[in-house]
Write a protein that binds this ligand. Sequence first.
Ligand code: SF4
Length: 390
Amino acid sequence: MTSIDTIVGELEARFDDIALEHVRAWKQAAPNRLAFGCLPVFAPREVLWAAGALPVFVRGGGDRLETIRGDAFYQSYICHLPRSTLELGLLGHLDVLDGMIFPNTCDVIRNLSGVWQSTFPQHVVRFMDPPQTAEPASAAAYLHHELTILYGELCALAGVKATGARLHAAIADVSDAHAAARELAAARCEQPWNLPIDEVYLLRRAADSMPPPAWTALARAYIAAALARGRRPEDRIRVCLVGAFCEQPPRALLRAAERAGCYIVDDDLTLGVEPCGPDPEVGAADDPMTAIVLAWLRASRPSAVRYDQHASAGRALVERVRHHRADGVLFAAPSFCDPALLDQPRLTRVLDQHAIPYTSFKYSENTGQFQSIREQAGTFADSVKLWGTA
Ligand code: SF4
């Protein structure tokens, strides 16, 4: 068995590789390989992978990059993600990518797609607008149309034929990765003391830019090595972390929250890569693209950036709290993130109805001071332990 230190060392090296040298090495290892950047949250991973394009999630530069020129593009009341993403581009760190996909997550990412097009004309830029409608048939037809066009374009770029067989194979690879991700989530839920959040986070961030089969093997190696640690549980509360689905908090912040007395047993940090429900069932659909479309429409997780006709996000959060045997919820939103911050009241209303305690704080990806967050998380943990409420 590979040692846990070796695996974590590899994960840290990948995480720190903001110039994407590992993506460059993957592309150079075989002809016709592409790599496409995907902004949070929606990314058609199976479609990209089927065309021979590595999906590479671009989640900003975090605290590993000083943002200078990227700041000049945005006002002070805009979140940090577009600034550091532009900085990455201006420094040439995203040159290895053949294109970028911008989903309609929020006004900021919508705007960034235009800025990107004019600043980096060498990139193929695609804006994807996932369906926002309560009418399933037209939503499915629309998304099928969009993804089929994208698939054709990518295959033409890669010089391969756009076949159903390629889509079938990609669905199988991504489904295997999803199975490993579910095993990871289950192991963390059962033994968070052996699978600390900052390591699990590194592993899930590795999925942002690894071929799915390679990540599946790495995830299973990590789970086996982490469970073999045999650590003893500590007296901490169990929490779900909600709202950090786009701009990412620094790893040190996650570590600080856990060390303050919490086990983070569930989160939405890598929404878009994690499995959200059953995988595409090819047998139940006419063709693999239909299966991909139906899986997304029926199963993706209710969130602040997804049309939620039946206001199911609050109920879904309560179910996640119950499923993970969590004692409460930590709302962690990036500063100036409208989707995350505007979503909080409707979620807390449902938590109040179920007497589930919560607390909230804001961060930015380059936050360097964690003392106040550590104190807040620690006070929350103590209150829940003593009185069962915050
Ligand atoms: S952090 Fe929030 S506001 Fe900023 S780009 Fe992401 S979703 Fe949009």
